[in-house]
Design a protein around this ligand. Structure first.
Ligand SMILES: Cc1cc2nc3c(=O)[nH]c(=O)nc-3n(C[C@H](O)[C@H](O)[C@H](O)COP(=O)(O)OP(=O)(O)OC[C@H]3O[C@@H](n4cnc5c(N)ncnc54)[C@H](O)[C@@H]3O)c2cc1C
Length: 365
């Protein structure tokens, strides 16, 4: 058996490499993929799944099946620590595994800054499958029930989620009130026109927006605000800031300010050329990137070709991030498209998004 290529995490950034498992195996490499779940959910369609536009099967990839079909090994487990010197990883399930080449695509987690004391009313947006659990919760609510759903966070994800909770609830025999609570302004960092369009849509559909309002804590019954006021709620969806998981700092590897694996322009970890990284979990030190799936998706083919080039001792290609990218938010079938300063809105934009997203799913399934 040749070198072992070990992939940790199978998200947007690794999907392309996972789809090349057969090619790698045919070249004599042992390919092992460790992912916390058998499935990878495509985030672009996550809010639509919450809103009832898509079933889980429409938006997810069966990673285990993809890996096995290519002749690789799949392990459903979480990697807790990497020993880059000994070239070994440790999993929470107790596995210890050696590698020659490692690639990390561990995504991001909700920032741990709001104390949460709840068993079954709070749904963080990561992992994405939580959006399906939140939808099921709405669908299982008793006929005629009044529910208050609070979305913590007013970024793109928070806006899409609030809109799609409304979208799902309006088709159910329940009376759902939806609110967004955000510490900054709605869609902060986006052009003002995008915020205006979102506010207009949310207000038209009765969704309350509390801006400049910081959440201090969440329990089973309330979202507690800084300043002492409580907002009673039945379901809270957390779409507050995301950060890379702690695995890299725990492993003593060089990280950026948010704990992401510090990588060079070839997506290689500083000091460890046999360790690669992609997606939300990295700190691209030459040009820090926002946490957007489009970067992870674009890094995919280059990451694969760099892993192969490294294995063969060939030269690697630098990742050059695009300056602007198109983001289309799905507000229950209404699209807000943003590219740089350009902002457009309308149902056509949702249809365009839907068509792009479906093509992406089809490409890998
Ligand atoms: C609701 C929502 C909507 C979004 N919409 C968009 C959009 O329209 N466009 C856009 O560009 N971005 C969007 N984003 C952002 C996008 O989700 C992220 O940027 C993207 O998921 C990052 O991809 P990734 O490959 O880094 O990680 P992910 O796709 O999140 O995959 C990481 C994988 O690694 C696994 N994993 C993590 N840690 C470990 C471990 N230690 N061991 C094993 N496995 C592990 C996880 O289970 C997961 O399967 C959205 C985000 C949210 C929350």
């Amino acid at each position: 058996m040749g070198m072992t290529i070990l992939l940790i995490g199978a998200g947007h950034g690794h999907l392309y490499t996972v789809s090349k498992t057969r090619q790698m195996v045919e070249l004599g490499y042992r390919v092992v993929v460790i992912n916390a779940s058998r499935y990878h959910y495509y985030s672009g369609m996550g809010p639509g799944m919450l809103g009832g536009m898509y079933a889980p099967d429409d938006i997810r990839f069966d990673i285990e099946k993809m890996v096995h079909r290519g002749g690789g090994e799949f392990i459903e487990d979480s990697v807790m620590k990497i020993d880059p010197e000994r070239r070994v990883i440790y999993t929470s399930g107790g596995k210890i595994m050696e590698f020659d080449v490692l690639s990390c695509n561990t995504g991001s987690v909700i920032q741990d800054t709001i104390p949460v004391d709840s068993n079954n009313t709070v749904y963080p947006v990561k992992p994405l499958v939580n959006l399906y659990h939140a939808r099921s919760r709405l669908e299982q609510a008793k006929k005629g029930l009044s529910l208050h759903v609070v979305v913590a966070g007013g970024g793109a994800a928070g806006v899409e989620i609030a809109a799609n909770v409304y979208g799902r609830a309006r088709t159910l025999p329940i009376d759902a009130r939806v609110s967004i609570v955000t510490s900054g302004t709605l869609l902060e960092g986006f052009p003002q026109k995008a915020s205006r369009k979102a506010r207009k849509w949310l207000s038209k559909h009765g969704i309350e927006v509390h801006e400049q309002t910081r959440v201090a804590g969440i329990n089973d019954k309330n979202v507690s605000l800084a300043g002492g006021r409580d907002i009673p709620m039945d379901i809270c969806i957390m779409a507050t800031g995301i950060v890379p998981p702690e695995i890299f700092s725990r492993s003593g590897m060089k990280t950026g300010p948010d704990g992401g694996l510090d990588v060079n322009e070839y997506l290689q970890a500083q000091n460890y050329p046999n360790i690669f990284g992609t997606g939300d979990g990295i700190y691209f030190s030459s040009h820090p990137l926002s946490k957007a799936g489009v970067y992870a998706v674009r890094q995919g083919p280059l990451l694969y070709s760099n892993i192969m080039a490294y294995c063969r001792g060939e030269s690697l290609e630098a990742f050059v991030p695009q300056k602007k990218y198109l983001l289309i938010m799905n507000l229950a079938g209404y699209g807000i498209a943003v590219r740089g300063k350009l902002v457009l809105g309308g149902r056509t934009w949702f249809r365009i998004k839907d068509s792009i997203d479906r093509k992406y799913i089809k490409r890998f399934t």
